[in-house]
Design a protein around this ligand. Structure first.
Ligand SMILES: CC(=O)SCCNC(=O)CCNC(=O)[C@H](O)C(C)(C)COP(=O)(O)OP(=O)(O)OC[C@H]1O[C@@H](n2cnc3c(N)ncnc32)[C@H](O)[C@@H]1OP(=O)(O)O
Ligand SMILES: N[C@@H](CCO)C(=O)O
Length: 491
């Protein structure tokens, strides 16, 4: 086990005692939520990050279960010193409602009948999954999450969190996802469901305890879906047209190619770890996901407050980059602080589970806690409104600065003069600072985050901001060079 792993972990369970009303209006009772946490919640409960898993993930995102031969599904990003640093953050991941890894789903016992729900389990939505997570998060006494993050269906949950609970998180990171499932995504899911339905062992969903499970149907569903998680290029790179355990093609219907063998392996491994009915319910929840209000994604995002980093994968043809840029455009239209990055990878959709280096770079920048005070220059020259432009010009040359705050006698900010303003004074033949100074000055505070300041600078095309305290007294200056220094937040 690597020293940058959270080590041995155990899944925990949380019971929701109250009846739970679903988006459909139906009620579920006795919901249990399986979850894992890594790291410690700090005293003011401000360092929690919720990790939302994808379609077939679970609460075991990191570390090792005793005796297991594989770690959690996002071990590459979670652990001491990693991007989701368990020494810095309190990380929570829970299995979704409808799942089969400890959270209540169709394979759970229906308290009304004493038997597994099967397809008596109500149809659930991404919003229901998020509402259940909210109860879990509340149970820790957390008033605001530092961030919510997830890929694919996990990204849908992130988006739903930002919409349903806009004050509950500072930052949100939806990866390789969409604001609404496309016809193509729904189509692939439907083919997968039909594969399960057509397996006689599915038996109308009543296969628990029969000794038979819809193995072939579920395996076929996964084989189809798994193709969509890869790219054509990654399949060439992995297999080419190489044959599996033979030197010549066999001219029958046995497996010839490595890619066939690989897909069978993916299907068979999946059947060992997943419940067919859960697959039906969760893919249905994905299909129903659509944040649009009155067919407008912009309207759907109107209440979002979190700062958002949208990430896509260039080779993802299942959740293509255009779906991420649709999210970005709709957030921009609502004046939400949003940034966008595209992972360059040949892996396809599943790149969000694999591209450690790029995830590290993108996420550490976005999650960084660096504030203005950490980077600003404190000892800055200032000037009075009544001073001459010549004095400003000399000060700029002496101190090697391009921006000088204009202050009152008690050092309160009233304006700013730039080297460009000084040049302008020659053109308009002026000697008075008051003729050329800007009085509607953009400013920031020492406690502001670097991301905030970076956005402000980009939005107004400003390269330098005065830093003031609550009384508008100038405490320093921060420049775009300081904000954009790529090394400041990389551990
Ligand atoms: C939140 C969540 O998303 S959790 C769910 C995520 N996990 C999954 O989706 C599990 C299945 N998915 C995968 O395996 C995904 O491709 C990934 C992203 C997780 C792993 O990708 P990679 O590291 O590139 O692995 P790759 O796709 O090559 O698969 C490796 C497996 O295929 C097997 N394999 C490779 N070639 C062949 C072959 N020719 N014949 C049979 N099996 C093969 C390997 O033995 C290995 O098996 P194992 O997983 O049982 O150890
Ligand atoms: N391969 C991942 C991502 C699918 O979106 C999973 O099975 O959950």
């Amino acid at each position: 086990m690597d020293k940058d792993s959270v080590g041995i972990v155990e899944t925990q369970y949380f019971d929701i005692d109250e009846p739970f009303i679903l988006e459909s209006g139906k009620t579920l009772e006795n919901i249990t939520v399986a979850y894992e946490t890594y790291g410690e919640l700090n005293s003011d409960k401000s360092n929690a990050i919720l990790i939302c898993h994808a379609l077939t993930g679970d609460s075991h995102a990191a570390g090792w279960h005793k005796g297991a031969d594989k770690p959690g599904w996002w071990e590459i990003v979670i652990g001491p010193g990693k991007i989701l640093d368990s020494e810095k953050y309190f990380l929570i991941c829970s299995n979704v409602l409808g799942g089969c890894k400890g959270t209540t789903g169709p394979s759970s016992i229906n308290p009304k009948t004493g038997h597994e729900y099967g397809i008596d389990f109500p149809v659930i939505t991404i919003k229901d999954m998020v509402d259940v997570q909210k109860v879990l998060v509340d149970s820790f006494g957390i008033r605001q999450l530092y961030a919510v993050i997830g890929g694919s269906m996990g990204g849908m949950q992130v988006i739903q969190w930002a919409i349903s609970y806009p004050d509950m998180m500072k930052k949100a990171i939806p990866i390789a996802t969409t604001a609404r499932s496309s016809p193509q995504q729904i189509a692939f899911n439907e083919v997968g469901r039909q594969a399960i339905f057509s397996d006689p062992c599915w038996n109308g969903g009543n296969y628990y305890g029969t000794g038979k499970i819809p193995r072939n149907g579920l395996s076929l569903a996964r084989m189809i879906a798994h193709i969509t998680y890869l790219s054509d290029e990654s399949m060439y790179l992995k297999f080419g047209r190489d044959l599996q355990d033979k030197d010549e093609i066999s001219y029958d219907f046995s497996l010839d190619f490595q890619v066939e063998s690989y897909l069978h392996h993916q299907g068979e491994s999946f059947v060992k770890r997943f419940d067919a009915n859960s697959y039906l319910y969760i893919t249905k929840a994905v299909d129903l996901f659509d944040v649009a209000v009155n067919n407008s994604v912009v309207e759907g995002f109107k209440d979002v407050k979190a700062k958002i980093e949208v990430i896509s994968v260039d080779s993802d043809w299942l959740y293509p980059t255009e779906q991420s840029t649709e999210i970005v455009a709709a957030l921009n239209a609502n004046d939400v602080e949003v940034s966008f990055s595209e992972i360059k990878s040949s892996y396809g959709h599943d790149a969000f589970l694999l591209e450690k280096g790029q995830l590290h770079y993108l996420l550490s920048k976005f999650l960084s806690d660096t504030i203005v005070e950490d980077l600003m220059t404190e000892d800055v020259p200032t000037i009075r409104e009544e001073d001459s432009i010549k004095k400003a010009a000399i000060l700029m040359l002496d101190k090697n600065v391009t921006h000088i705050p204009i202050v009152t006698d008690d050092n309160k900010l009233i304006g700013i003069v730039t080297s460009w303003d000084v040049s302008k004074s020659i053109a308009i033949n002026s000697e008075k600072l008051s003729d050329i100074m800007t009085t509607t000055v953009k400013y920031c505070h020492a406690s502001d985050s670097i991301e905030d300041v970076s956005v402000l600078m980009r939005k107004h095309d400003i390269s330098c901001l005065p830093v003031v305290d609550d009384d508008f007294v100038v405490r320093g200056m921060i420049t775009s060079d300081q904000v954009n220094n790529p090394y400041y937040d990389i551990k």
